[in-house]
Every structure is written in structure tokens, then in C-alpha cells.
Design a protein around this ligand. Structure first.
Ligand code: ATR
Length: 276
């Protein structure tokens, strides 16, 4: 019986149990996925208890993606480079850390745009926080050669480029310049929380200068159709939605734990209906 779960604080609104219980059912494996809420003051103690438990794997969310690192026996390349882990597999008592955030994102892009040539795609990432970090790394790993970062605080974008030191051409821009120079890009991904509040029509940048057929992606999944994506649709962009990333990250975590690669398009449809 597979014992899986999610560590974080708070975790009450997580969609992960819904997703993983369906993946378990589809795979034919017996198991359960539990929410393991840990208060910050109990973190060390609770992790020690989990080390002795029969857990086979777990996800880690805010605020523990970095804090878990000292408790791991090994980390994969993405986790190593990013200094953050969102998935742990327990193998013969050893805890192995993975970061599936960015790779899940790339899987979801490949799924939606199977013919996309990453080396020929000029990318603009809006934002320079934790989510941007994973996506920046994974797009470079997937073969993109030109990835610029635009951020409200431009120094943070420049610092991220310097810190990750990826083998790509990258510039740091402020948001105003990014909006003016939009015609230079084939793929724009919005990684900030702007757009999460359905009561405002706030958008990180105007898409007036967007070319037709550009891929526009927003990692916000609630609401599924952000103002940013709605405007992109009016500009005849090809859209990619936040829930597609969320879904593929979960599928990839499940694959790490079980070595099972599942066909999940039908389930993703159900997931979309649940989010609507
Ligand atoms: P996450 O881990 O979800 O990426 P984060 O690390 O807090 O969250 O990063 C948030 C990102 O959203 C940052 O790029 C932030 O810009 P700053 O670095 O200038 O703070 C961006 N962001 C958040 N609110 C914003 C707003 N109202 N306008 C523009 N950018 C915003």
C-alpha cells in the first residue's frame, strides 16, 4: 500500500489529494495521499517522525521547499540547481529530493504544442520569484537559447540570471520595456500572482504589441481564464493555461514515486471541469 502525502503550511486548500487519488486509481495501485500540515515551530520534530514512518513519497509546498534540503540524502539536478525541492521519494529509507515544478511546466507545453522547436523560440518570462526560477531552468534545459526575464524589481531579474548562470542568452528588463518590446518574442509566460484576484482586471503588462500566434502562458490557474489570457486570445495568441502546469507537475511527481507513466488526458479534462 503506497503511502503518499503533502507537507506544507497551510495545505487545506490543496488540489493534490484530488489529483493523486485519481492517479492512484488509474494506475491500479493501492495507496492513499494525505495532507500532512506541519506548523513551522514543529517542523524539525515532525520531519523526524516522518523519517520513521512508512511514507513512500511526498510533495512539499510553501513554506518548506528549501527547508527540507538538510533532511535529504540526495537531490536531482533540478533540485540541486534551484536549491528547492517539491517532491521526495523514499527509497530503502533514503530520502531523494526532486524538483518537478519546471519540468512539469515544460511537459505541459510539449503536450499542448508538440511541434514547438525550443531552440527557435524566443522566450519572455514575466516575474522573477520562485515559480519563474523553476520555469527559467526547465526551459533552458529543454533547449531554449534566448530567455529574457522582466520584473517589477528589475534587479531581482538580473540577480536570478546571474545566480542560475544557465547556458542561454538572457537580459533583465523592467515591465514597461517588456511591454514595448513584446514583438521580439515567440513565447510569453506570466509567473506572478497578478491576475489571481478575479474581482480586478489587473494585468502585469499590456499585450498591445504582441504578434499573432505567439504562445502566451499564465501559471495562475484560478481563475483558469485570467484577464491576461483573455487579452492574449483577443490578440490571436496560442494559449496555455496554469492548470496544465499544475496537472503535469503532479503527473511527474507520481511518475517519480511509481515509475508509472500514465495516459491522463481524460483525467485532465475532469480536472478542468472541477476548476471551472
Ligand atoms: P512565487 O514563488 O509564486 O513565484 P514570489 O517568489 O513571491 O512568488 O514572486 C512573486 C513574483 O511576482 C515576483 O516577481 C514579484 O515581483 P517583485 O520581485 O518586484 O516583487 C511579482 N509580483 C507580485 N505582485 C506583483 C505586482 N502587483 N506587480 C508586479 N509584479 C508583482
Amino acid at each position: 500500500m503506497l503511502q503518499l502525502g503533502l507537507i506544507g503550511y497551510p495545505v487545506g486548500h490543496s488540489l493534490s489529494p484530488w489529483i493523486h487519488n485519481r492517479l492512484l486509481a488509474q494506475s491500479g495501485l493501492e495507496g492513499e495521499y494525505q495532507l500532512l500540515e506541519i506548523k513551522p515551530e514543529n517542523f524539525h520534530q515532525e520531519i523526524q517522525k516522518l523519517k520513521k514512518s512508512s511514507l513512500n513519497g511526498f510533495n512539499i509546498t510553501i513554506p518548506y521547499k528549501e527547508k527540507i534540503l538538510p533532511y535529504l540524502d540526495e537531490t536531482d539536478e533540478a533540485a540541486n540547481h534551484l536549491g528547492a525541492v517539491n517532491t521526495v521519494k523514499v527509497e530503502n529509507g533514503r530520502w531523494i529530493g526532486y524538483n518537478t515544478d519546471g519540468i512539469g511546466y515544460v511537459h505541459s507545453i510539449k503536450n499542448r504544442f508538440p511541434d514547438l522547436s525550443f531552440p527557435d523560440t524566443r522566450v519572455l518570462i514575466l516575474g522573477s520569484g520562485g515559480a519563474a526560477r523553476g520555469i527559467f531552468f526547465a526551459l533552458a534545459d529543454a533547449g531554449c537559447l534566448k530567455i529574457d526575464l522582466a520584473n517589477r524589481t528589475v534587479d531581482k531579474a538580473a540577480a536570478l540570471i546571474e545566480e542560475l548562470n544557465l547556458k542561454v542568452k538572457s537580459s533583465a528588463l523592467n515591465l514597461e520595456d517588456a511591454a514595448l518590446q513584446l514583438a521580439n518574442y515567440d513565447f510569453v509566460v506570466q509567473t506572478t500572482s497578478v491576475g489571481m484576484n478575479p474581482d480586478t482586471d489587473a494585468q502585469i503588462i499590456s499585450l498591445d504589441n504582441l504578434k499573432e500566434n505567439v504562445i502566451v502562458s499564465d501559471i495562475v490557474y484560478r481563475p483558469m481564464e485570467t484577464q491576461f489570457l483573455l487579452e492574449a486570445e483577443r490578440k490571436k495568441a496560442r494559449l496555455h493555461f496554469g492548470h496544465e502546469m499544475l496537472w503535469q507537475q503532479a503527473v511527474y511527481s507520481f511518475q517519480v514515486w511509481t515509475n508509472k507513466k500514465l495516459e491522463t488526458s481524460q483525467m485532465m479534462q475532469e480536472f478542468e471541469d472541477k476548476l471551472k
